[in-house]
Design a protein around this ligand. Structure first.
Ligand code: SF4
Length: 215
């Protein structure tokens, strides 16, 4: 009973914050959507936002993995730059910079409509900064931060978990704490602040989901 109540209030809080953040992103030039569940976000993505036949690039994302988007994207109805199934990952990521749509998660969002991402090779943040015709970001309300400082801290704090996920041999995968490493395995090399999206109207699309997604 207590858990149910906790979840009920968490969902209420998530909805309030998620909807407010979606409004803030809209005010910064994003096309923004709020979804109550990941399933709802997936329906919106494939039934409304992503046209059949489009070329699609991908950023590594736990949130997108949880949506199981690859099953749909590999069904032949899209031209997928499949970075998870290709002979040359580097070239595939380069090619996907010119995709019609680039799908990704986010490391952190602010309640004022800004986004912060950290990246290893830079392929994801490069795409998010310029290249693909459209960027679609799917992010849970757990990614919402009060301001840019908190968002940057949040993005940095995800690095050890990303290292673990990608099996990088870094100090943080041993200790859980950043050792400011200086090796090719280092995950946190590029930090991108996306502050405003008015430059290219319709390019940036976000779905804020009232669930805890990714880390
Ligand atoms: S700098 Fe190195 S040790 Fe620190 S979080 Fe990044 S990958 Fe881990």
């Amino acid at each position: 009973m207590e858990n149910h109540q906790e979840n009920q209030y968490r969902k209420w809080f998530g909805e309030k914050r998620g909807r407010l953040a979606a409004e803030a992103f809209a005010s910064k030039g994003w096309t923004s959507h709020y979804a109550e569940t990941l399933e709802e976000a997936k329906k919106l993505l494939f039934e409304t936002l992503l046209p059949k036949g489009a070329s699609v690039g991908l950023g590594g994302s736990e949130t997108l993995a949880a949506m199981d988007i690859l099953t749909v994207l590999r069904n032949g109805e899209y031209k997928l730059y499949d970075r998870y199934n290709c002979p040359d990952h580097f070239e595939m990521c380069r090619d996907s910079l010119l995709a019609d749509y680039f799908l990704t998660g986010a490391n952190a969002l602010t309640m004022s409509g800004e986004m912060v991402n950290i990246d290893c090779s830079g392929s994801r943040v490069a795409a998010m900064a310029y290249g693909p015709r459209h960027i679609i970001v799917v992010a849970g309300v757990n990614k919402l931060c009060a301001n840019l400082e908190e968002a940057a801290r949040r993005a940095m704090s995800a690095a050890p978990m990303n290292c673990k996920r990608n099996n990088h041999k870094t100090p943080c995968t041993e200790t859980g704490v950043c050792g400011n490493c200086n090796t090719p395995a280092r995950m946190c090399n590029q930090l991108l602040f996306t502050l405003n999206a008015q430059k290219f109207k319709g390019k940036y699309i976000i779905i804020i989901v009232n669930e805890e997604l990714g880390f």
